[in-house]
Design a binder for this molecule. Structure first.
Ligand code: ACO
Length: 424
């Protein structure tokens, strides 16, 4: 059977055969046969915007791999910094490469004093930390003028290292500001995740020592959130990057997309939902409200996973490890009951709605003491390595500027009517 499709224009009888390559068909042939007829695809649900070698995702089978490595193995055996290297460079580092990479990242964790003192301190006292983070990432582009040298390999590498390294510092700074605590400088004796927890929680002790189980849990959560192929924020990164904006401006756009409750804000929405439900007895009426379309079950459903999100499975295990240290989050019982009811309910079964990565991550973050508003920030810290891997890939592909078409459904041409002649 030929690996191709044939399209016939019934207006002219002309046909064109297009080969299917790597599961995709090129739009160039479509455009040749049908000039001026656009493929109408709201939400790009059937459009592959790019070829990519970073992450493989099979939503029907519930498979996620970074550069070919199953997420389960990475979560079990790797560290976030190693995964960031893998995403960006395509291969796992050897020991020498890893040591150099880790040292580079560690030596770029500090932020310019003006970013904190003048920029972050200028926010209103109750600013949302994710709003602060989005703005701070964009502001970094004004501090590193070589950021514009996107085709200079050394300059590109430098911005990548800076962004990955400074994300935890900016994230913790946003939190400390929002609770009125003094900023904590990075402690570069500590590994990445432990350093972040030190900047978050240190009070007066000379060295903050986080519980190793919690450090590992954060590192695993960072691994799970590091990339997820062409999601909304990565598409924002690629779209802005395709205009050859600097990586900070592109990453700020990506972070802004992640701020939305349909994307990175969903774990925040899950905890708010569980708090609103309040007790096991309210689960059934809540499910009925979801089914009647009054609300959505937050942390359920996914554009591409029509099966259990493999990250949700790993997170459930991380939750057990964290709760052993912190005590059980009282919302867990409600979450487990919701999951159980939904997984046996025809509404959710027929729509193939399963828990996604956000269903349990919020409970873990809350048990560890993170305020709800920090949840999307925690997502953004590791996702920056995925954004940068896609951005770098895009530049190497020398891709076109993103400029989709539209199907116009507005008025045809009409004549301007002066104000005094318009109907009142
Ligand atoms: N609760 C109830 N019904 C849902 C849910 C949900 N969480 N998600 C989808 N549905 C229903 C829709 O109402 C629709 O039903 P219909 O066919 O009767 O109209 C059907 O399932 C398909 O839904 P769409 O909105 O078309 O699915 P889409 O792929 O566009 O949406 C999304 C995906 C945005 C993630 C959606 O499932 C949702 O809003 N989930 C809740 C928010 C959430 O958890 N987001 C996190 C995603 S993961 C991440 O970004 C890291």
């Amino acid at each position: 059977m030929p690996e191709s499709i044939t399209i016939t224009d019934n207006r002219t009888g002309q046909s064109i055969e297009i080969p299917i390559e790597n599961g995709g068909v090129s739009s160039a042939a479509w455009e040749k046969l049908l000039p001026g007829v656009w493929f109408h695809d709201p939400g790009l649900t059937a459009t592959a915007m790019t070829e990519s070698a970073v992450t493989y995702l099979d939503g029907d089978a519930g498979i996620l791999r970074y550069r070919g490595y199953p997420i389960e193995q990475l979560a079990e055996e790797s560290t976030y910094l190693e995964v960031a290297y893998l995403l960006l460079k395509g291969e796992l580092p050897n020991q020498t490469q890893y040591d150099a990479w880790s040292s580079e990242i560690t030596h770029h964790t500090f932020i310019h004093e003006n970013v904190r003192k003048r920029f972050l301190d200028g926010f209103h006292y109750d600013a949302h930390p994710m709003g602060m983070l989005v703005s701070a990432i964009a502001a970094l582009s004004t501090f590193y003028l070589d950021a514009k040298e996107i085709y200079d390999p050394a300059a590109r590498e430098k911005q990548i290292v800076r962004l990955i390294a400074k994300m935890p510092t900016l994230a913790a700074a946003a939190h400390r500001f929002s609770v009125g605590m003094p900023f904590v400088y990075p402690d570069n004796e500590l590994p990445f995740a432990a350093n972040f927890l030190s900047m978050m929680w240190k009070v007066a002790e000379p060295h903050y020592k986080a519980n190793p189980a919690l450090v590992r849990a954060i590192d695993v959560l960072f691994i799970l959130h590091a990339d997820h192929e062409q999601n909304c924020s990565t598409t924002a990164m690629r779209t802005v990057g395709s205009a050859h904006a600097d990586p900070y401006s592109s990453a700020a756009a990506a972070a802004a997309a992640l701020y939305g409750p349909r994307h990175g804000g969903a774990n925040e929405a899950v905890v708010r939902m569980l708090t609103e439900i309040g007790s096991i007895e309210n689960v059934a009426p809540y499910i009925e409200a979801v089914k009647s379309g009054k609300t959505r079950l937050q942390g359920f459903g996914h554009r591409v996973y029509k099966n259990y999100d493999p990250r949700a499975r790993i997170i459930k295990k991380v939750a057990d490890d964290v709760f052993e240290v912190t005590g059980i989050n009282p919302l867990l019982d409600i979450a487990l009951k919701l999951e159980d009811v939904a997984l046996h309910d025809e509404y959710f079964i027929s729509r193939r709605l399963y828990p996604n990565v956000d269903f349990y991550s919020g409970l873990i973050y809350q048990a560890m003491g993170f305020p709800v508003a920090m949840f999307p920030v925690l997502f953004a810290i590791p996702r920056v390595s995925g954004w940068l891997a896609h951005w770098s890939e895009l530049l190497d592909q020398d891709g076109k500027i993103v400029r989709p078409r539209q199907v116009y459904i507005g008025e045809p041409e009409r004549k301007y009517v002066p104000m005094d002649q318009r109907e009142s």
